[in-house]
Design a protein around this ligand. Structure first.
Ligand SMILES: O=C[C@H](O)COP(=O)(O)O
Length: 249
């Protein structure tokens, strides 16, 4: 049985003042029936981890370097994130693939580093609108998955997030049939690579314009084990009902 996961990605948003939202979220969900993870910007990880230390809410990061330490100005390593209090790290988000030209091979190296630091790697895959319109969605997903996922991936240390690029921050979402098709495909690809039992345990998140209004329909789909939420994770008013919808799914 896969435990469901509501993950919030604050992206490049948030200052100390935003920690009041985190406090409110912790207070609103003292005994959640699902895992809750907030990935604030790196500058807030230490404070966020301190605030949530006595609660079930977990703190994650949004990226890490593939090396454990060294001359990489401006970068942060997986052991540093773990030391700061993070338990997970988002890797291969489309915004990093686009803004920083990150390849799937690099994502796999980062995931290997995350695993070595005992962080859960949340590995993102997803097609652009042009790729969907050219009927290349499953090919793109297969390529992302094959090359971004290291052999060290297990159900305990890896989560896959399907995020169609055209649905991120746009208010657009794929139809339930489109989400189901990709999640079914992801499960089949994982089964082919890792075997049925390990593949059954890996959680698959959907991400892209998840809001309180559409969360129940998305969470009702087979093989959707939760969500990676951007904009709606910034406030407790929006994220809390998404968590509740996941608990009730
Ligand atoms: O990591 C989160 C996703 O990019 C989704 O962002 P969004 O919920 O603002 O569309």
């Amino acid at each position: 049985m896969r435990r469901k996961l509501a993950a919030g990605n604050w992206k490049m948003n948030g200052t100390n003042a935003s920690l009041t939202e985190l406090q409110a979220l912790i207070a609103a969900h003292p005994t959640p029936q699902v895992d809750i993870l907030i990935c604030p910007p790196a500058t807030l990880i230490v404070q966020a981890a301190g605030l949530s230390a006595d609660s079930p809410l977990m703190i994650g990061a949004q990226d890490c370097h593939a090396a454990a330490s060294g001359a990489h100005t401006g970068d942060i390593s997986a052991p540093m994130l773990a030391d700061a209090g993070a338990v997970a790290v988002i890797l291969g988000h489309s915004e990093r693939r686009q803004d920083h030209a990150e390849s799937s091979t690099l994502v796999a190296a980062k995931a290997t580093a995350a695993h070595a630091a005992h962080l859960t790697a949340i590995i993102c895959v997803g097609e652009s609108l042009a790729e969907r319109e050219a009927a290349q969605t499953l090919d793109v997903i297969a390529e992302h998955l094959r090359h971004s996922l290291p052999d060290s991936a297990t159900a305990a240390n890896t989560v896959i997030a399907y995020e169609p690029i055209w649905a991120i921050g746009t208010g657009l979402t794929p139809s339930p049939a489109q989400i189901s098709e990709v999640h079914r495909f992801l499960r089949a690809e994982l089964t082919a690579r890792f075997g049925a039992e390990p593949a059954q345990g890996i959680r698959l998140l959907y991400g892209g314009s998840v809001k309180p209004a559409n969360a129940p329909e998305i969470f009702a789909l087979a093989d959707v084990d939760g969500a990676l939420v951007g904009g709606a994770s910034l406030t407790t008013a929006e994220f809390s009902p998404i968590i509740t919808a996941l608990e009730q799914a």
